[in-house]
Design a protein around this ligand. Structure first.
Ligand code: NAD
Length: 381
């Protein structure tokens, strides 16, 4: 039971499972799309029989024209979204299809934002700042993953200040999402690990968030169980379709959970590392997770004791604190098993930057739902 009222957001239609990508042409037609901009990366565009080729094949069958933007970068930058906007206007496009991981979806959302809500996206950072709808947007997801294909968040990096900022609005939610695990079979090990750990964090942070509710709780619990039973297998053998399918289910559940219950200091701090050092988002999250949650533990030890059980730990006969500590141990073990770096030094972090990053982390929208309220010194530590 939740004592507070809440709204619950997700795309209205979500295609899931092996082979669903073949339905994208028909769905685009139903939405009245005549010429979408496909927003993706060069690597994915050139992949033989990859996600972009399969998207295009289905669009062609439905008689839909398209143009392609292939310049998406990891931790997408303001210039990426401006380039998509220029292409959209120059080509007479009428809609957007993002194909890729979180970076592609956020680039497409960002472009949609500046097409209809004003040129300077940095001024739109924050919650519910958008007043006009984005062009119709379908998200084809290829990492499991950020959940961005389902969420109301667009995470963009200001390349001048090295600050990652988030535009959070119900208007950002794609109309339709596609999650086809056959598109993910060739995701490299390190990316499978990093993106899978992002999904893991996105199931843990909403579970202990101050904004959690019974619906998001059930999504977090199932996501954690699925990740426990499939991430190691997906990293060990990317062509294990059963493991990939479970990871897609998990990332969707975690995406829905954090879309509605929000996140915490792991994401607030990971955004600083990602913006400052251009490091993979999932790696930043995974590195910070056990330290932030050990700090958070005193705020809600019961919830952490429950997490330990969902992670498969035997908590019988233990005190709440000891059971809760087992969840931290399990988080560290998962990161170690899938090969995440052990220190933030390995992604280039420098102590001289810590004070400013800590100050900015406390201003990140994700900080407000963290269960324990900290200060700059806590974050630096
Ligand atoms: P990504 O989109 O940057 O992709 C990571 C790598 O995976 C790239 O090198 C890409 O080429 C490769 N890749 C993707 N699909 C592949 C495939 N099918 N086969 C082979 N290789 C493939 O990574 P990501 O982790 O999905 O997204 C990270 C971004 O998303 C960050 O900027 C992060 O801040 C943001 N994010 C957004 C949200 C949101 O709700 N909007 C949530 C969490 C994170």
């Amino acid at each position: 039971m939740s004592e507070r009222s809440y709204d619950f957001l997700m795309p209205s239609v979500n295609f899931f499972g092996p082979g669903v990508i073949s339905k994208i042409g028909d769905r685009a037609k139903m939405l009245g799309m005549k010429k979408p901009v496909i927003v993706t990366e060069k690597f994915l565009k050139e992949l033989k029989n990859g996600p972009v080729e399969q998207t295009i094949a289905s669009l062609k069958q439905a008689g839909i024209d398209y143009v392609i933007y292939q310049g998406v970068e990891p931790n997408p930058k303001v210039h990426n979204i401006e380039e998509v906007k220029q292409l959209y206007l120059k080509s007479g496009a009428d809609s957007i299809i993002t194909v890729g991981g979180g970076s592609s979806h956020d680039t497409g959302k960002g472009a949609g934002i500046i097409l209809t809500n004003g040129d300077d996206i940095t001024k739109l950072a924050g919650i519910e700042t958008l007043t006009k709808p984005l062009p119709p947007l379908i998200a084809v997801n290829t990492t499991a993953g950020t959940g961005s294909e389902l969420t109301r968040h667009a995470v963009i990096t200001n390349e001048e200040t090295h600050l990652k900022f988030v535009v959070v609005s119900w208007r950002n939610i794609p109309l339709v999402s596609f999650n086809d695990p056959t598109l993910m079979l060739d995701v490299p090990k390190s990316v499978t690990a990093a993106t899978g750990m992002d999904a893991f964090v996105q199931a843990i942070e909403p579970y202990v968030s101050v904004d959690h509710n019974p619906i998001t709780d059930s999504q977090c619990i199932e996501a954690i169980k699925l990740i426990e039973s499939s991430l190691r297998e997906a990293v060990a053998n990317g062509h294990n379709l059963a493991a990939r399918t479970k990871m897609v289910e998990a990332e969707m559940l975690a995406g829905m959970a954090f879309n509605n219950a929000n996140l915490g200091y792991v994401h607030a701090m990971a955004h600083q590392l990602g913006g400052q050092y251009d490091a993979p988002h999932g790696v930043c999250c995974a590195l910070l997770l056990p330290y932030v949650e050990e700090y958070n533990l005193i705020a809600c030890p019961d919830r952490f004791a429950e997490l330990a059980k969902f992670m498969g730990e035997n908590t019988a006969g233990l005190s709440t604190r000891d059971a809760a500590m087992l969840s931290i141990k399990a988080m560290k073990q998962m990161a170690a098993d899938v090969g995440i770096p052990k220190t933030i030094k390995e992604i280039g972090a420098k102590p001289a930057d810590f004070e400013l990053m800590a100050k900015n982390a406390l201003k990140d929208g994700n900080a407000f739902s963290n269960p324990r309220k900290g200060n700059q010194a806590d974050i630096v530590k």
